[in-house]
Design a protein around this ligand. Structure first.
Ligand code: NAP
Length: 300
């Protein structure tokens, strides 16, 4: 049996691993996808203190190396069943059997939201994407659009300018939600912002060739020829299969020590209910959660 299982190898989980290992715990991180979570898919990070501009993959790779050097075990597998309520926590995985520990940190992060349009899932990989860093280069010399007005949408639009022949940013309001520095940058860029508009239809077969837009103020419909549509309309917490914790708007509720409603179960990072979701707040959560797990294990 391990001391601690950490679910998720994003910045929160990796930082929890570093602090747990330095605190003397035998910690295992379970990750079903690639290490680094959403941070690993960010081309340029400009607000992680100490780094004016760092590639997300490089940053999380450094965190992973730090974990490995400290003896944290990584299991690359999908949890299929969680049993968190007893003194012994059990995580059943698809291929690596059942892992047991005395404490668990839930650092499963968040997943991109979809637009919920007909044919959206059919056109995934055929023009519709949720990751500009992963798929942007496929649209070299072609017109693309990004939907959303937050930090992700603006960063994606600016990133896509490197490849695409034209980039449109479609936002449902007349003001961006993104941080002022990013909003100013995109307004000064070559990105064409389509204000007060939503996508109502995805057109093209077998690949996307255009989208239908509706101006929400006038009701007017128009067609925009694009081969790529990058959806960046926010995230939803990755809490599938997690039971017994308190949720608020789908996010896991914790106290300041990252304790959930279940003794010995902590939550950290984007999956937690909080006001600011950033890499720096995820790493801070991970550190606090690991320290709380260390305290908890010393008391049971
Ligand atoms: P977000 O901040 O929640 O923004 C989502 C955007 O999508 C909003 O502009 C929203 O419009 C729009 N939207 C939501 N549902 C929509 C729909 N159905 N149709 C059309 N538009 C829709 O999400 P995010 O940009 O992914 O960021 C998530 C979190 O990560 C935030 O806390 C963000 O600050 C953080 N983040 C930070 C950085 C950075 O610091 N550099 C980079 C990336 C992400 P409204 O504005 O009208 O609500």
């Amino acid at each position: 049996m391990h001391d601690l299982i950490i679910l998720g190898a994003g910045p929160a989980g990796l930082t929890a691993g570093i602090y747990a290992a330095r605190g003397g715990l035998d910690a295992v991180i379970i990750e079903p996808k690639a290490v680094g979570g959403q941070a690993a898919l960010t081309a340029e990070i400009e607000n992680y203190p100490g780094f004016a501009n760092v590639n997300g993959f490089e940053l999380v790779s450094a965190m992973q190396s730090q974990c490995e050097a400290l003896g944290v075990t990584f299991v690359y597998d999908a949890p299929t069943k969680l049993s968190l309520s007893g003194d012994v926590k059990r995580v059943t995985t698809a291929y690596s059997g059942v892992l047991e520990a005395k404490a668990v940190i839930l650092a499963t992060g968040a997943l991109p939201r979809t637009l919920g349009l007909p044919r959206e899932s059919e056109l995934m990989g055929a023009g519709v994407s949720y990751c500009a860093t992963c798929d942007g280069a496929f649209f070299r010399g072609r017109p693309v659009a990004v939907v959303g007005g937050g930090n992700t949408a603006v960063e994606d639009a600016l990133y896509l300018e490197r490849f695409a022949s034209e980039v449109h940013l479609i936002h449902r309001r007349d003001a961006l939600r993104a941080d002022a520095i990013l909003a100013e940058r995109v307004k000064a860029s070559g990105v064409h912002i389509v204000w007060d508009s939503v996508v109502t239809e995805l057109v093209g077969s077998p690949k996307l060739s255009s989208v239908t837009l509706k101006n929400v103020k006038t009701g007017e419909l128009s067609s925009l020829a694009v081969n790529g549509l990058f959806v960046a309309v926010g995230q939803k917490p990755a809490t599938e299969g997690i039971e017994g914790v308190e949720l608020d708007g789908g996010y896991i509720v914790t106290d300041e020590e990252m304790r959930t409603a279940i003794p010995g179960v902590f939550a950290a990072g984007d999956v937690r209910k909080k006001t600011l979701r950033q890499i720096v707040t995820a790493t801070a959560d991970g550190a606090v959660a690991a320290e709380s797990a260390i305290k908890y294990l010393g008391s049971v």
